[in-house]
Design a protein around this ligand. Structure first.
Ligand code: LLP
Length: 463
């Protein structure tokens, strides 16, 4: 999924010369700041620290596997998005990437809004004090109970995803004596350059209402007639882990085209457009993500230009980055267990977690980096595959990576850039208790989501 491609191949000694793999980095002990969170360092004695705390001490206190989130880095990235978009735009953090009450408070304090897509995410946001009017509610199949909860809470907007939903939200809002602010999610027909399962703006998929065949214009027509709805804008989300701004530009152009058509037909200028999330991050050293200020500039310019051409006043823009804020701010810490060199292939390094704490490699063929973090090593690089402890051969965390050949059971290794869609997509496969999320900042660590226990697992089993 990341752009770096390292196809599985034969013995690494042979393939270096054939160029199938990137050569191992000159020094395996050096941590590339592109993929590690901002406060990660390697100390002189070789141990890696985050927020000033050594991973060896963190492992002792919190156990492994565990996710460690660099709070200062999270806040810095959130603030960078907020600052880049300024006062004329809104940044909605996409809670699906990772949500907890601590994260909601950080976002609130840093001036961001929040995008939720389920009753559970909504409840988390409200319980941590996010003002309802700063919450957007998404989803292609919101239940009646979820719509009811969102309208009753007074969320700032519900993003309508189907014709049925236009009627349902209007009906529920009216029954509660409310007029709900809504946007309509449209599919703009852009094929985002990303994995098929996370591209969302081509037409043959479940999200949104198509622009191309006039369906979106029809949705606007209907929404404008319903008393329970206040239609404030159009929403587009083209996919995830995207590096190329071209898709966003096409999306912006088409959304503004719809605003112009709405103005021509109804004499109404919708005041908002949301261009979704989806900006890519560096999972490996080969990835080159855009900075928030570049993204804000590119989107602002295209929307302004298109609006001027259509003689529309520029709408308020919003965006919904999830991965780009939380993704780079966390790593997963594992303890190395079984090590199996397969002659002529690679060395399988088993860790104490796996696909239950990071499903992305199995699901999307995602690529990750990995490093030995409890010590340094001068040993030769070995081509390794980091695998989990689950009963499944596809249980791979890092497909191809170089680790020092003297790696031994008990060493700690860490996989960076696991802040997004790892804990939030974690499972209890093989009855694995899900790992904790520990926030680290200025020499202090605190659990923000605790580790599950066997009691937690058994509590659900009422047979
Ligand atoms: N807005 C909407 C409407 C979305 O559906 C999503 C992601 C986002 C914003 C945030 O996208 P981000 O900036 O985080 O890329 N599980 C997949 C990603 C699925 C994303 C679903 N929607 C993964 O692990 O890559």
């Amino acid at each position: 999924m990341s752009r770096s491609a390292h196809p599985a191949g034969p013995r690494h000694a042979d393939v270096f010369s054939e160029g199938h793999y990137s050569a191992p980095p000159a020094d395996l002990n050096v941590l590339d700041p592109k993929v590690w969170s901002h406060t990660v360092r390697r100390t002189e004695d070789g141990v890696v620290t985050v927020g000033g705390l050594e991973v060896t001490a963190l492992a002792e206190e919190f156990g492994t596997p565990a996710y460690f989130v660099d709070e200062a880095d999270f806040r810095e990235r959130a603030r960078a998005w907020r600052t880049a978009f300024g006062h004329d735009a809104d940044v909605f953090y996409a809670g699906k990437a990772f949500l907890s009450r601590a994260v909601v408070r950080w976002l609130h304090e840093e001036g961001l809004n929040l995008d939720v897509c389920s009753g559970g995410e909504l409840a988390t946001a409200l319980s941590a004090g996010m003002p309802a009017d700063r919450i957007a509610f998404h989803g292609n199949n919101k239940s009646t109970a979820e719509i009811h909860a969102a309208v009753e809470a007074g969320v700032g907007r519900i993003v309508l995803d189907s014709f049925q939903e236009i009627v349902r939200v209007a009906h529920i809002a009216q029954s509660l004596g409310r007029r709900q602010r809504v946007q309509i999610r449209v599919t703009v027909g852009v094929e985002a350059h990303t994995h098929e399962f996370i591209a969302t703006a081509h037409e043959d998929q479940k999200f949104g209402i198509a622009l191309a065949d006039g369906q979106a214009a029809e949705a606007v027509r209907r929404a404008l007639t319903l008393d329970g709805l206040e239609l404030v804008g159009i929403h587009s989300h083209i996919g995830s882990q995207i590096f190329d701004m071209a898709g966003f530009e096409v999306a912006a152009r088409r959304v503004v085209g719809l605003l112009a058509a709405v103005r021509d037909e109804h004499s109404v200028e919708l005041p908002e457009i949301d261009l979704g999330g989806g900006l890519g991050i560096a999972y490996t050293s080969d990835d080159d993500p855009r900075e928030p200020h570049e993204i804000a500039k590119a989107l602002g310019e295209i929307v302004t230009r298109e609006c001027e051409a259509a003689r529309l006043s520029t709408p308020r823009i919003s965006v919904e980055p999830g991965r780009a804020i939380v993704g780079p701010t966390a790593f997963t810490l594992y303890e190395v267990g079984t090590i199996k060199p397969l002659e002529g292939l690679r060395t399988y390094v088993s860790v104490d977690g796996g696909m239950s704490d990071n499903i992305r490699t199995a699901l999307y063929d995602a690529e990750y980096s990995v490093a030995l973090v409890s010590r340094t090593s001068d040993a030769e690089p070995m081509l390794a595959r980091v695998v989990g402890k689950h009963c499944e051969s596809g249980d791979i965390v890092v497909k191809d990576a170089f680790l020092p050949a003297d790696l031994a059971p008990g060493d700690l290794i860490a996989v960076p850039a696991t802040g997004a869609y790892c804990r939030s997509m974690a499972s209890n496969y093989n009855h694995a208790p899900r790992p904790p999320v520990v926030a680290v900042k200025d020499g202090a660590a605190r659990v923000i989501v605790r580790r599950e226990t066997e009691d937690d697992l058994l509590r659900l089993d009422v047979g």
